[in-house]
Design a protein around this ligand. Structure first.
Ligand code: HEC
Length: 114
């Protein structure tokens, strides 16, 4: 019986961790939709998507959400500094905690280096 309790405990703990990761992913997506999608979303007339299409010519996807090369550090850098017509975002708009989730969300496709 003791063993069963332990196994149940481990199961519960790992579900909790998975749920926490899911909600960070969900928050990251929400923040992206609010602050980034107007420029980096799909559909016509999105200046970020158009600029990245021109910049990379298909070498990387024009959509940030499809990139596999982004790391959290790169995302944080651009969000806090801006580039060309992209404004930088203040901590009063995107908090450090929000930015952590956003950066993790966009770096989610990033293959972990071995
Ligand atoms: C006003 C439009 C606009 C908004 C809003 C915006 N961006 Fe951008 N972003 C751009 C443009 C345009 C570029 C390309 C600049 C260039 O020509 O290099 C860019 C470039 C980037 C890059 C660099 C990609 C690369 O490979 O060079 C990252 C990362 C990025 N944006 C992330 C974000 C994130 C995350 C958000 C939301 C917090 C965001 N951007 C919001 C317009 C925007």
């Amino acid at each position: 019986m003791k063993k069963l309790g332990l196994i149940l405990g481990i199961l519960l703990l790992s579900t909790g961790a998975a749920l926490a990761a899911d909600s960070a992913h969900f928050r990251g997506h929400q923040i992206f939709e609010k602050w980034c999608a107007p420029c980096h979303g799909t559909g016509p007339g999105k200046p970020g998507t158009i600029a990245l299409q021109t910049k990379y010519q298909g070498k990387f996807p024009a959509l940030l959400e499809e990139r596999t090369d982004l790391t959290p550090d790169i995302v944080v850098y651009f969000v806090r500094h801006g580039v060309s017509i992209m404004p930088f975002f203040r901590k009063t708009d995107i908090t450090d905690a929000d930015l952590t989730d956003l950066a993790a969300y966009l770096a989610n496709n990033h293959a972990p280096s071995k």
